[in-house]
Design a protein around this ligand. Structure first.
Ligand code: FES
Ligand SMILES: [Fe+2]
Length: 405
């Protein structure tokens, strides 16, 4: 349970809220799928932390990222012409090249070149990595280190990446990613289909063992099997929102990375990247999207209709009645908590160890930030995450799985 003040501090990210300012200052933000950006194509409207931006790919393939409002009189640069490595506002023709320099102000009758020098356009440092456009929205000249997460540098066929817009605050989605306890309950109808026998047959309550790390924490969720052995899933939380979780099959080198990026206080893009470290990813049913920008499917109905829950399917054996996709089940429960979950009313228990660890990491960081420091969890040097892979294994009772942390 949290106080109202602490719940606000952890969840609010717009309008200058400290958490939002910290996230923008100290971490790179996943902003868009780069497949959506064609050279000289349509600029993309991007909303992050309650502010509007525009992303585009220039003639020569470079990417640009500006405030959405034209610095002249505020027309949307999403409407702009994308040509000659620049965006040209359609209202009065002011033109800004991809690196943010104002190159034409045709409404200026004299001294145009001089006038251009004094038009401030807000543009932002970018990285293109793993099919994602990343932006740094902080103040100053020095962006933070780019997170060398496990998918960096992988061949395109080794991973899938997709996202969905969800009406939820970012924190309850991050908590869900790290909450191992819900897997064998909420997703039980899917796990049987995936042949995840360990998870579906284990005693459902995992015991958490959390190890603090310079980037966040790692934990083992340990479930006792009926035959005396233990099923151990080892996951990582990388600040500020990356949940790196193990694949179902223990022989696989790879995993899934979930991240929930705030559009504003009450909406997120819920991203998923599933990767294989050394081989092509064989796609399963959960990876077959038509549009990577809206996958997995949202619950099919409005709240008044219980988000479209299918009670008939439940009578026929489906546990949740959200038969669309595994992720749809997550979205249904996350949305049902309300846009910003009221943590003053919750009752946490031993099964919520990972949720508490997420909150502790973020709370410590935001308090350091508010006192003027760079949060310790943002200060670490480059980390080779391939040395701390997620994993799942069935082990004899005597095996010390702590070695995997
Ligand atoms: S508002 Fe964009 S050029 Fe005038
Ligand atoms: Fe889930």
């Amino acid at each position: 349970m949290l106080s109202r003040e602490d719940n606000d501090l952890l969840t609010r990210v717009s309008d200058g809220a400290p958490m939002g300012r910290m996230l923008k200052q100290h971490w790179w933000i996943p902003a868009a799928l780069t497949d959506k950006l064609e050279a000289d194509g349509k600029p993309l409207r991007v909303r992050l932390f309650g502010e509007n931006y525009v992303a585009f790919r220039a003639t020569d393939g470079r990417l640009g990222f500006f405030d959405e409002a034209c610095p002249h009189r505020g027309a949307s640069m999403a409407l702009a012409r994308n040509e000659d490595n620049a965006l040209r506002c359609i209202y009065h023709g002011w033109k800004f090249d991809v690196s943010g320099v104002t190159v034409a102000v045709p409404t200026q009758p004299a001294n145009e070149a001089e006038y251009c020098k004094h038009v401030p356009l807000k543009h932002y440092p970018l990285r293109e990595e793993a099919g994602i456009l990343w932006v740094w929205l902080g103040e100053g000249e020095a962006p933070p280190k780019f997170p060398e997460l496990p998918f960096v540098g992988l061949p395109r066929e080794n991973f899938v990446v997709f996202r969905q817009k969800v009406n939820s605050n970012w924190l309850q989605a991050v908590e869900t990613t790290m909450d191992s306890a819900h897997l064998g309950v909420l997703h039980q109808s899917w796990l049987v289909g995936f042949g995840d026998i360990e998870l579906s047959s284990a005693n459902m309550a995992p015991v958490y063992h959390v190890a603090q790390k310079p980037y966040g924490f790692r934990y083992a969720a340990v479930r006792q099997l009926k035959d005396g052995r233990a099923y151990v899933r080892t996951n990582s939380f990388v600040m500020p929102w990356y949940g790196i979780v193990s694949p179902n099959q223990s022989e696989i080198a790879g995993g899934s990375i979930f991240f929930s990026v705030p559009i504003d206080d009450e909406n997120i893009h819920y991203w998923q990247m599933t990767y294989r470290s050394h081989e092509k990813l064989v796609r399963n049913k959960t990876h077959h999207y038509e549009d990577a920008d809206s996958w997995p499917p949202l619950p099919p109905g409005p709240p008044e209709d219980n988000w479209g829950q299918d009670r008939e399917a439940m009578k026929n054996g489906h546990f949740t009645g959200f038969t669309q996709m595994l992720g749809t089940e997550d979205f249904a429960v996350i949305m049902s908590m309300g846009p910003i979950s009221d943590r003053t009313k919750e009752h946490l228990g031993a099964g919520d160890g990972a949720v508490l660890a997420v909150r502790r990491s973020l709370m410590t960081a935001v308090k350091e930030f508010m006192s003027g420091d760079t949060p310790a969890l943002a200060r670490h040097e480059a980390i080779d995450y391939s040395k701390t892979p997620p994993g799942s294994a069935v082990v004899e009772g005597s095996v010390d799985w702590r070695a995997s942390l």
